[in-house]
Design a protein around this ligand. Structure first.
Ligand code: ATP
Ligand code: MG
Length: 886
């Protein structure tokens, strides 16, 4: 079976078992401060499991794009070195929210693997939780009983808390789990090892690996560490797709399957190097160099997928947060390609067509954004390769120095600087050093690394206290219909961040729109009979609005009126609606390739990032503005559909964003021809926007442009400011009617006068030169031209050169000039004064400038110095003549 067929068979199997087949959530998570990337199938169901979202339909299944490169699950360093961990992989999963439990999950998993896919049951082993006496949790005999229906006892293995007890976090849902492991050794390997598959489970044997984990959530862990029964049992399973494909295709490495082979083939074609598959490797043992090539090819094939999918999901490489994680993955690939595949120029971007060809059908976002993905990867590669070059230059210099000092070890601080500034990990520095006969002080490096980690930790430290629950229940969001609403406090907690303290409050019902989808959170107040509490911000977490307040109400159980600051909200709403119109107009003017890549909407301003490959011209911008303002004047009414089935929305032509998570029911926001899926707060009609004006258009990254614009009141204010400036300028010109003409005339006159003044100055220099040369003394055969003149520093330099050109033979010329009460000393000499008399103008000017309280320098035959004391000029001139010692 091909990989695509296997993916389809999984969906079909669970569909037949009454599961709703749902799309993968985006890999990049936008609205959860605790998690940057989806790292398991259950992430998108977190709020159902926590009880804040409707669990219907209770059976679901999907294939989820996951990325495990940060936080709790970080497999990055393994990737490429082993053959079964990836950064990005697909996790096949099925869920039951309060429907079937352990028996159903175990039976279905078995039926799928053995009856449908025909994996050999003799190679399958399962684990069950051994229990934890100190926590008073017994062994999971229940799971063991159901497994015993399918496998002999000696295929059931007890596992410890680390492997077989799953927890969502320090608190919250948790429970035992059962993993299914596959012994994929060849008969020869089995015979040679003398060990049973059972003995190798969870022993990091690359041929005996876990493929499916079935989690049975049945407990809730409270803040004091104790467990209580969960109100709804949950089944959460995750199976590594690439590992399953490998088992199905009888391979011994994920990279030997049709998921990766086409990419690896493209790598071989480009580099002219060969990749050895598991079989080939077994036949002919490979050298260390060839192993490095193998690892590098795996790294690049894997990382290409992670980076391309992230870009398609809207996360570009950058220098902060999620963007930085993506940049690091990409750089890791570049390093391997550079070091082991001999790729000194961009390489990964050349693999994009193959990736899109292989995966573009299952993941249309790749196909749709191929051009952007290619462009971004190429640009990142180019810029990192330049950095690599610089880093290697720095390392070369360091090694040069060590050689001259006869040292053998690069100090750790330097190695760390290479890491920190040039992205050189220790192993690369060590590799280059080793090749040149040096070592690296690893201990020092680690000390520096530790120091930096501590700095980062201190800077980011946020401390959350436990939630204090005042009432049970979920929060109701009423913000689409109300800006004021009666409520009580459900729960609150204290948060400390960099010594700042504030509180987060969740209400029974709220009109506050928490920051989401680029629109800033509402501000406002909570009012009770006796007090008013200011809400300084609101954000969205697990589907709920969290209100941020500086201080808690005295009476926490009072009834409150939650009141949104409607001035600010209306301004934000107008800006948000304007953003939709802008998106529409850009597509009309520039073309359908325009995709939203980010947006920010606040009461004051709006910002819109989109894919487009060149600067938007002034004419195009004007056209966009006209189109938007036209739609504003038409006062198009807001046409909002809540809970519209996704299919219907698509028929309406609603624009969905790549990398955005949508449920089956969506909210559609329509203003005339503009139609988007959106959860934001919008103006009741486009007329409310008032007016729309673009402030700037710029580039934010390869292939991404940014427009900043403003609307309504802010536009009005800007108009007044511009008018005032214009009025002032007019008044400078006696309120001339033809202002442009008058200013042009003024500029022309100014230019002409400037020319005239330059002419006068040249004449003055000419006259001064004549006068000084006439007065010259001859000392010992040397013409000494000296004197004080009022002149600018540039004029004095001119003068000195004029004199040198006018005088034949040996010359010492010393000019003291002053301009705006600033003295300047200039020395000019003929070449023989330097070569025959051994004089140096630079040295002489430094010495003599002391008399004008200044300093300077220059060349041997010409030097200048500025100073403070004009009265010292004559003495300074005498000093120079004296120093010449003629
Ligand atoms: P392992 O011990 O092999 O790292 P895990 O315990 O981290 O696996 P789970 O968190 O239970 O795995 O994830 C469920 C399934 O997802 C695993 O059974 C495995 O098939 C797959 N999986 C986990 N991590 C990766 C990865 N980095 N690359 C590919 N597949 C993975
Ligand atoms: Mg793992």
């Amino acid at each position: 079976m091909t990989a695509n067929e296997i993916r389809e068979s999984f969906k079909k199997f669970f569909e037949q078992k009454q599961h709703a087949i749902v799309p993968s959530a985006p890999m990049v998570i936008k609205d959860d401060p605790t998690l940057m990337f989806t790292n398991a199938g259950m992430n998108q169901w977190k709020d159902i499991i926590l009880g804040t979202r409707d669990p219907e339909p209770r059976r679901r299944a999907d294939t989820q794009k996951c990325l495990r490169v940060s936080g709790k699950h970080n497999d990055l360093e393994e990737v490429g070195h082993d053959t079964y961990h990836h950064t990005m992989f697909e996790m096949l999963g099925n869920w039951s929210f309060g429907d079937y439990f352990k028996e159903g999950a175990i039976d279905m998993a078995w039926e799928y693997l053995v009856d449908v896919l025909k994996l050999n049951p003799e190679d399958l082993y399962v684990t069950v939780f051994e229990g934890s006496p100190e926590e008073n949790i017994p062994r999971d005999d229940e799971a063991a009983k159901y497994w015993a229906k399918h496998v002999p006892e000696d295929h059931i293995i007890n596992g410890n808390k680390h492997d077989n007890f799953w927890e969502m976090g320090d608190t919250g849902p948790c429970g035992p789990c059962s993993e299914i492991h596959v012994d994929s050794r060849t008969p020869e390997q089995k015979a040679a090892s003398g060990k049973t598959g059972r003995e190798l489970v969870n022993q990091d044997d690359p041929q005996v690996i876990e493929i499916w984990n079935l989690v049975f959530m049945q407990f809730n862990r409270k803040a004091d560490g104790s467990l209580e029964k969960l109100s709804m049992n949950v089944i959460d399973t995750g199976m590594g797709f690439e590992r399953l494909v490998r088992m199905m295709q009888g391979k011994h490495s994920n990279y030997d399957t049709d998921v990766f082979q086409p990419i690896i083939k493209a790598e071989q074609d480009i580099t002219g190097l060969k990749y050895f598959t598991f079989e080939e490797e077994t036949e002919t043992p490979i050298s260390k160099d060839q192993d490095n090539i193998n690892v590098a090819m795996r790294v690049c094939a894997d990382h290409l997928r992670a980076v391309a999918f992230s870009i398609a999901d809207g996360q570009l490489p950058s220098n902060a947060k999620a963007g930085y994680v993506i940049r690091r993955i990409l750089r890791r690939a570049v390093r391997y390609a550079y070091t082991f595949l001999g790729q000194k120029d961009g390489f990964l971007y050349k693999l994009v067509p193959t990736l899109v060809h292989e995966m573009g059908d299952a993941f249309p976002e790749l196909k749709a954004q191929q051009q952007l993905i290619t462009k971004v990867i190429k640009e990142e590669e180019d810029s990192f390769l330049r950095t690599l070059d610089k880093g290697i230059g720095m390392l070369d210099k360091a090694m040069e120095e060590m050689k001259s000092k006869e040292e053998k070890e690069l100090n750790g601080e330097q190695a760390f600087r290479l890491f920190d500034t040039y992205g050189f990990p220790l192993d690369l520095t060590e590799l280059i050093c080793r090749e040149n006969g040096f070592t690296v002080n690893e201990e020092q490096f680690n000390v520096e690394m530790q120091k930096q980690k501590e700095r980062a930790r201190n800077a980011a430290a946020v401390e959350n206290s436990d939630w204090v629950e005042l009432k049970a229940g979920e929060q109701k969001f009423v913000g689409y219909d109300y800006s004021e609403y009666e409520c009580e406090i459900l729960r609150y907690r204290k948060v400390t961040q960099k010594k700042n303290e504030f509180y987060e409050i969740v209400l029974t019902a709220t009109p506050f729109y928490g920051e989401m989808g680029g629109q800033v959170g509402d501000q406002g107040v909570l009012v009770s009979e006796n007090e008013t509490i200011e809400v300084i911000d609101s954000k969205r977490e697990n589907g709920q609005t969290v209100h941020i307040v500086k201080q808690l109400p005295k009476d926490l159980t009072a009834a409150f009126m939650a009141c949104v600051d409607t001035d600010k909200r209306d301004a934000s709403a107008a800006n948000h609606t304007a953003t939709h119109l802008l998106d529409y107009a850009l597509k009309q003017v520039l073309g359908d390739h325009v995709e939203q890549k980010g947006s920010f909407v606040s009461p004051d301003t709006l910002r819109f990032d989109f894919s487009h490959f060149e600067k938007v011209s002034d004419e195009q911008l004007r056209e966009v503005e006209r189109m938007v303002n036209d739609m504003i004047r038409q006062d198009l009414p807001r046409d909002e559909h809540r809970d519209m089935p996704m299919e219907e929305a698509k028929k309406l032509g609603a624009i969905a964003l790549f990398g955005e998570k949508y449920g089956d029911k969506v909210r559609v926001m329509r203003f005339g021809p503009s139609c988007e899926l959106c959860g934001g707060i919008h103006a009741t009609s486009t007329g409310r926007i008032g007016f729309f004006k673009i402030l700037s258009e710029s580039s934010v990254a390869a292939g991404i442009r940014r427009i900043e614009a403003t609307t309504g009141k802010d536009c009005e204010e800007r108009l007044y400011q511009m008018e005032d400036i214009l009025k002032n300028i007019k008044s400078f010109f006696n309120n001339a009617k033809d202002l442009q003409g008058v200013i042009q005339k003024y500029i022309d006159e100014h230019d002409a006068m400037k020319k005239q003044i330059e002419g006068f100055q040249a004449q003055a220099v000419e006259r001064a030169a004549q006068r000084l040369v006439e007065k010259a003394r001859i000392m010992n055969g040397v013409k000494v031209v000296a004197g004080v003149v009022p002149m600018s520093p540039a004029g004095a330099k001119d003068l000195a050169f004029k004199i040198r050109a006018a005088v034949e033979g040996s010359l010492l010329c010393v000019i003291g000039s002053h301009d705006n009460n600033k003295p300047q000393l200039s020395i000019m000499m003929s070449d023989d004064m330097v070569s025959d008399h051994g004089l140096n103008a630079g040295q002489m000017v430094r010495e003599a400038a002391k008399l004008i309280q200044g300093g300077g320098g220059g060349q041997p035959h010409f030097a200048q110095a500025g100073g403070k004391n004009v009265d010292g000029l004559s003495a300074a001139i005498d000093k120079v003549v004296e120093l010449a010692n003629l």
